[in-house]
Design a protein. Structure first.
Length: 175
């Protein structure tokens, strides 16, 4: 992977919150320190916008989480959790996240996707080829599409140093 990172580079960060949240929960039984993830992904460059795509529930238990994201400079876009007859649930932000990345890309040198979802491969290819953006990926490698890691310019694997990016798990836990 060939990647250039310089201090004047304009960066947009797009966070597939559910994907990363569930990866951390399933792999480590812990929550994600999104502030640390964004800080390391940004690597001292110029942040144009960091957006987390999040789901709201009827109980509203996630309000403090949304406030914590805002406190570290991450804008949140919310969508209600859909519950279908039979109990199945859906909360998909992929299309909106892709549209936002494409819309903002003319103002960016680098796009950072925080997700492991292989559905974003066409977005990566479009941003690189059509918009000339460098595309970087941040996620837990154990739950990330290998094809997605192959098409990006850089990949930060959170599994390489989970203690740094997780909260709510003791060092004697599943690490």
């Amino acid at each position: 992977m060939s990647v250039i990172k310089h201090k004047s580079q304009r960066v947009g960060i797009f966070i597939d919150t559910q994907n990363i949240y569930h990866s951390a929960k399933n792999l480590y039984g812990a929550k994600v320190n999104f502030g640390q993830v964004v800080k390391d992904a940004l690597d001292g460059r110029v942040l144009i916008r960091a957006t987390a795509y999040v789901i709201t529930t009827e109980s509203g238990d996630e309000k403090s989480f949304f406030e914590a994201l805002t406190k570290v400079g991450i804008t949140t876009k919310t969508k209600n959790l859909q519950i279908f007859a039979g109990g199945s649930k859906k909360a998909d932000w992929d299309v909106a996240m892709a549209i936002d990345a494409i819309s903002l890309s003319p103002k960016l040198d680098a796009v950072i996707l925080i997700t492991g979802d292989g559905d974003f491969i066409p977005l990566v290819e479009y941003l690189k080829i059509t918009q000339g953006c460098q595309v970087e990926l941040v996620s837990f490698g154990k739950s990330t599409s290998s094809k997605l890691t192959e098409v990006v310019d850089d990949f930060i694997d959170l599994d390489k140093n989970p203690y740094k990016y997780l909260i709510g798990q003791s060092k004697r836990g599943k690490f």
